[in-house]
Ligand binder design. Structure first.
Ligand SMILES: [Zn+2]
Length: 306
């Protein structure tokens, strides 16, 4: 009898165990399929527990500012749609004449570009600071005003780098333009200035000849007659006659509708050159030294500038 009870108990236990196992299996089989947390599953209509926004596999690219058009290696004038013009002053800063000129420009709201001699910047840093503070552009005109074409590579490097450093120390500006003294330049120096020093060569289209003819009326006449939209005017703020000429130059050109901008501003406005249909359409003007041109052996540097 005792054995029968034990057998019955064992049977009940075994049947219970079998039932529970089968119920468990059956419950598992009834679970809904686990939704896949993928974008693909979401689009197939499968149930999903995802509530966060889906990550777009191809996000919109971050907008980047429109890059400025690349500069040319060298400029002697620009092609502009308006009446902008750049007046540039070389060889300063001069302790008396540059502040006088700055007063004249400030009074008229005229902006210009000053190609500074490094050793003079080191001597008169406060004038370089004033030039920048009043909205003008400062640029490199070498340390001691040599002909770059006559320098050994290391000497050239020193002339350029020391001047960049002097301008930066005085004003905090990293200049982007370099005007070679006497316009003495060639293709290999242009390439070096562009690539090694990140400087654009800044030539000119209107030479005031103020270094040669020290007469204010003559300087005024020459500049105002030769000015044209996009022109780059060369003058020197180390000659009293030049500074004396400037009020008439500024007022005459302003009355004609010209707008004085810095050289970098003018370059930013530069348009592709118009197609010249016939050589006759090229306006007559002073000879222009291009970066590819080398100075003729007979070229004599100005002896009147420092
Ligand atoms: Zn010069």
């Amino acid at each position: 009898m005792k054995l029968k009870i034990w057998s019955l108990t064992a049977l009940v236990v075994a049947v219970s165990a079998l039932y529970l196992t089968s119920a468990s299996l059956s419950a598992k089989a009834q679970l809904p399929p686990r939704p896949a947390l993928t974008a693909e599953a979401a689009t197939t209509g499968l149930p999903t527990v995802q509530t966060a926004p889906l990550i777009d596999p191809t996000p919109e690219p971050t907008p980047t500012p429109t890059p400025l058009p690349p500069r040319k290696h060298s400029y002697n004038k620009c092609h502009v749609a308006g009446s902008e013009i750049a007046i540039t002053f070389d060889d300063g800063p001069h302790p008396k004449l540059t502040p006088m000129l700055l007063d004249m420009m400030k009074e008229r709201g005229i902006k210009g570009t000053f190609f500074l001699v490094g050793k003079r910047v080191a001597e008169y840093p406060e004038i370089a600071q004033r030039i920048v503070a009043e909205g003008h552009e400062v640029a490199n005109h070498s340390w001691a005003h040599p002909q770059l074409t006559k320098l050994a590579p290391d000497a050239l490097k020193k002339e350029i780098a020391d001047t960049n450093d002097a301008i930066h120390r005085a004003t905090g500006i990293q200049t982007t333009l370099m005007r070679p003294p006497y316009g003495a330049i060639n293709a290999s120096i242009t390439k070096r200035l562009n690539e090694e020093f990140r400087l654009t060569v800044a030539m000119w289209s209107v030479d005031s000849l103020d270094w040669k003819i020290r007469n204010a009326a003559h300087v005024t006449k020459l500049i105002t007659e030769k000015a044209a939209p996009g022109a780059i005017i060369l003058a020197h703020d180390i000659h009293p006659s030049t500074v004396q000429a400037m009020p008439a130059v500024f007022d005459t050109l302003s009355a004609k509708g010209y707008k004085f901008v810095t050289m970098s501003e003018l370059i930013a406005l530069d348009l592709p050159a118009p197609i010249q249909t016939a050589p006759a359409s090229i306006p007559a003007g002073p000879p222009i030294v291009t970066p590819a041109a080398t100075l003729a052996p007979s070229a004599t540097p100005a002896t009147t500038t420092p």
